[in-house]
Design a protein around this ligand. Structure first.
Ligand code: ZN
Ligand code: ZN
Length: 482
């Protein structure tokens, strides 16, 4: 197998992997970096000749995996685009939103090259989609060679797939973004026990350390207690989240907490538009769970440490529990953006569950943060991964009282609101990925989708755990024979 990481930087962002196996040329994901602007946010597609890719595989619909899909699809007219039926439903919503955001940025930030694709180019992907159900192997033939591909549920977010390629008697496994733990709105990864030759693993949480008795449920309760305290004291709360997946999970947590009496009753809840649009698609998928393979369970599932430590309040295995009624019960409404102004406090104590999760400029979360930050009764609570170069990452690195500058709003303020971080990540803990590697016992391991230091941790830990394996921490844009 030949492997090239097309992400120009060794970090999470413009995720895209070019994979050559025998006669087949595959592209896995076509992402876009959330913190860069213009052409700088793209993977390096310049090394892919026009019409040379046979299959584009989409693992899931976060922007760092799909944001540039129409750009590469445009130059690869013969490529089939493989994704799960659930991703097929979600993809157009995400791409159309991305298109709208780019149009806005073209005017606000004077980015001439935006939008990077047209609406019709985004829509055209669907014509080439080949839907892949979990656990059903498909075989592709080219020049007499056979390539077998199987998708397995990766947890993480609705429709997310881990991918197994079988070619020439070898097995190559790609985790994609993966989570073994069950969430309140989605089952965990279902990966059958198997031995593989190559493991390509995400490394997002290489630097995330937990105490031995950490549980997701306790962490969620800690967050909810903090939110309750702020609301009872007359403050407002901002929870910056990814619109796809995390927003629905957090809204479900809040709904349950209010039901259990942990949160006060009468406070308005606001969500941003994309998160609400995704909810409608989730509802459709949830109502037809079987059709979308939500009930798939892997035989002899790989069971990393986190699965032995599950919280008692989670839904029974096999049930997908996100329902629009959580939104209705909370009377969730879209953000009245005109009523939110930098430096002016929200008059009524409110809860904002807003994208972006990393507080990227000009997003609803960014705007609300600029309103809440100067006032000590307010709370800004992050629940997931923040790149250190994004406003969210920078804010988490600052101390109370420091000056925080909202660049694009030309506004700065001392940090007076409480700023906290809760570890409710949608990515697997590093120990779980180590367990996966040990079970799969590959002869080669490729590190991807993580910051430099996170990959370093995996490099060290995997070398210790699997001394016979070759570990690749690939340079961006370089091709490796694996
Ligand atoms: Zn993701
Ligand atoms: Zn990702």
């Amino acid at each position: 197998m030949k492997f090239t990481d097309l992400n120009p930087k060794r970090e999470i962002g413009a995720h895209s992997l070019l994979v050559d196996v025998g006669e087949f040329r595959l592209l896995i994901d076509g992402g876009m970096s959330p913190k860069d602007v213009g052409l700088a946010c793209l993977p390096d597609y310049t090394r892919i000749a026009p019409d040379s890719v046979d299959l584009i595989i989409l693992t899931h619909c976060h922007l760092d995996h799909i944001g540039s899909l129409p750009c590469i699809h445009r130059s690869q007219p013969s490529a089939r685009v493989l994704m799960t039926p659930a991703s097929r439903e979600i993809l157009p919503v995400m791409l159309q939103n991305s298109y709208t955001v780019m149009l806005k940025q073209r005017d606000e930030k004077e980015v001439e090259e935006y939008p990077l694709f047209s609406r019709s180019e985004a829509d055209a992907i669907d014509l080439d989609v080949f839907a892949m159900h979990f656990g059903r192997t498909r075989e592709f033939v080219k020049n007499g060679e056979h390539l077998r591909i199987t998708f397995y549920p990766a947890g993480h977010v609705m429709g997310a797939a881990a991918v197994l390629l079988e070619h020439g008697g070898k097995k190559h496994f790609f985790t994609g973004d993966i989570l073994f733990r069950r969430q309140h709105t989605l089952n965990g990864a279902q990966i059958p026990t198997m031995q593989v030759d190559t493991l390509v693993t995400e490394t997002t949480r290489g630097l995330a350390e937990h105490s031995a008795n950490f549980t997701y449920e306790d962490e969620a309760d800690r967050l909810l207690e903090s939110v309750a305290k702020a609301l009872r004291e007359g403050g407002s709360c901002l929870l910056p989240v990814f619109a796809l997946g995390r927003m629905q999970e957090v809204v479900t947590l809040i709904c349950e907490a209010r039901h259990r009496g942990i949160l006060p009753r009468n406070f308005p809840v606001y969500c941003s538009g994309l998160g609400l649009a995704v909810v409608d698609v989730f509802e459709k998928i949830g109502r037809n769970g079987k059709k979308y393979g939500l009930n798939y369970t892997a035989p002899d599932r790989i069971s990393p440490p986190v699965l032995q430590n599950l919280g008692h309040r989670l839904a029974p295995e096999g049930e997908m529990v996100f329902r629009k009624r959580s939104l209705n019960a909370l009377n969730v409404r879209p953000l009245p953006r005109s009523r939110v102004k930098a430096g002016i406090d929200i008059r009524r104590s409110s809860l904002f569950v807003m994208s972006s999760g990393m507080l990227v400029e000009n997003t609803p979360a960014y705007q609300v943060a600029a309103s809440l930050m100067p006032f000590s009764h307010n709370l800004i609570a992050f629940t997931g991964y923040c790149d250190i170069d994004t406003p969210g990452g920078k804010l988490l690195g600052q101390a109370p009282g420091d000056i925080f500058r909202f660049e694009t709003l030309e506004f700065e303020t001392p940090i007076r609101a409480r700023v906290e971080h809760y570890d409710l990540s949608g990515h697997a803990d590093r120990e779980d990925l180590l367990h996966l590697a040990k079970v799969m016992n590959p002869s080669s391991i490729v590190l991807s989708h993580g910051d430099g230091n996170a990959r370093k941790w995996f490099e060290g830990a995997l070398t210790m755990a699997l001394p016979a394996a070759r570990i690749f921490n690939p340079e961006p844009q370089e091709t490796y024979e694996i």
